[in-house]
Design a protein around this ligand. Structure first.
Ligand code: GLY
Length: 370
């Protein structure tokens, strides 16, 4: 079977994203095809990945010296201590810039190991093998690397460092639970809303099949989503303007997550869906979005079988806290809150500034129905 791939053309690097169904069998074929060579490689892997899978993968890779490092992927572990752990490993084993770090895991392991790869000897080769839906359609593409600060917040320290190769195997998704799957689906859904009505209609028609992991439907949804992300990243690699469109639902979503203290009550993807819901409602209230499009999007969210709502999680007294987090968003450059809104399905409005009082009024009026 022909292996599907996409090419990403950024100023920093040109690289391929491969979509396959049997990574361990195909990895060498892909590395040969890409003429990708290294003497040493270090697989940094998520502790959720079975050790025998890592060993199987290591066996298949032809490089002479192969190492692995297991990380427990929690937001609290996305820190300098673990970056240092990776860097010290590379130093101890005398890795050169031509050797390779391979991330095998979700967004946390990917962000952390790509950050380490970007600063080790000013940049070592980096392959990303994302194993969650969120990492496959979002975090692994576009070169954002980063770690958190315990006091000041998430992803505040990082670099733009494009990978040299991304390998996406849909089979990894079989082990995800529904909440983890929804996390990734939130980004697929968002990509369609900001860029392609055709994609949205596809998702809307086949949502059940996609979420039941029916291979052909899921593969298409993943590939189309990656295409949208890659096109945005190619046009604006360093998030000067267009790339900010990927923030749809995230300004609200990040604030919801933070207001819940990043507890398991509300995971990132759930916060993003709630954030998208809020941004869509705000777009409708401001008359940017018409009733038909608004209803279509809301109906789609119902089909995801998404039971959470802002009014179930927050009380009126939480509004100031939420607004405080929104004002602190690292993407705001003034005292106003920049929002990505929609004027249609596939038609975004990038970074419209609103005074926090206006958003507060909206929350006060709408909290009941959000
Ligand atoms: N996840 C948003 C971005 O890569 O810009």
């Amino acid at each position: 079977m022909k292996i599907k791939s996409l090419k990403v053309n950024t100023k920093q690097k040109k690289y391929s994203i491969y979509f396959n169904n049997n990574l361990t069998n195909e990895i060498n074929k892909i590395l040969d095809k890409e003429r990708f060579k290294f003497e040493k490689c270090l697989i940094v892997y998520d502790s959720k990945i079975k050790r025998n899978f890592v060993e199987k993968l290591l066996k298949r890779i032809k490089s002479p010296k192969k190492y692995s490092l297991r990380l427990i992927s929690s937001e609290t572990n996305k820190n300098f201590k673990n970056v240092n752990l990776i860097i010290k490993y590379l130093l101890k084993e005398k890795f050169s810039r031509n050797d390779c770090v391979i991330s095998l895991g979700g967004g946390i392991v990917g962000d952390l190991s790509s950050f380490a790869a970007s600063i080790f000897k000013r940049g070592i080769k980096f392959i990303n093998i994302p194993t969650t839906l969120l990492a496959q359609v979002d975090a692994s593409i576009g070169g954002k690397t980063g770690i958190n600060d315990k006091v000041y917040g998430k992803n505040l320290i990082g670099t733009f460092y494009q990978p040299d190769l991304v390998l996406i195997d849909i089979n990894f998704l079989k082990t995800l639970n529904y909440r983890e799957l929804i996390c990734g689906y939130a980004e697929i859904f968002k990509h369609s809303l900001i860029s392609s009505k055709k994609n949205f209609l596809y998702l809307d028609k086949f949502i059940k099949k996609i979420l039941l992991l029916k291979k052909s439907y899921l593969t298409r949804a993943v590939i189309e989503s990656c295409k949208i992300k890659k096109e945005i990243v190619e046009k604006d690699e360093r998030e000067k303007n267009l790339r900010q469109v990927l923030n749809l639902g995230h300004t609200f979503g990040h604030a919801y997550e933070a207001a819940c203290n990043y507890t398991k009550n509300l995971n990132h993807g759930e916060a993003v869906i709630l954030g998208i819901k809020t941004a869509v409602k705000f777009s409708f209230k401001k008359k940017y979005l018409n009733k038909i499009a608004y209803n279509k999007i809301m109906m789609h969210i119902k089909k995801i079988n998404f039971k959470l709502s802002v009014n179930k999680i927050f009380k009126k007294k939480d509004i100031n806290k939420i607004l405080g987090f929104m004002l602190n968003d690292k993407k705001n450059v003034s005292s106003k809150i920049n929002l990505v809104l929609l004027k249609g399905i596939g038609s975004p409005i990038i970074n419209k500034p609103f005074h926090s009082n206006e958003i507060k009024k909206f929350f006060l009026k709408e909290l009941i129905n959000l």
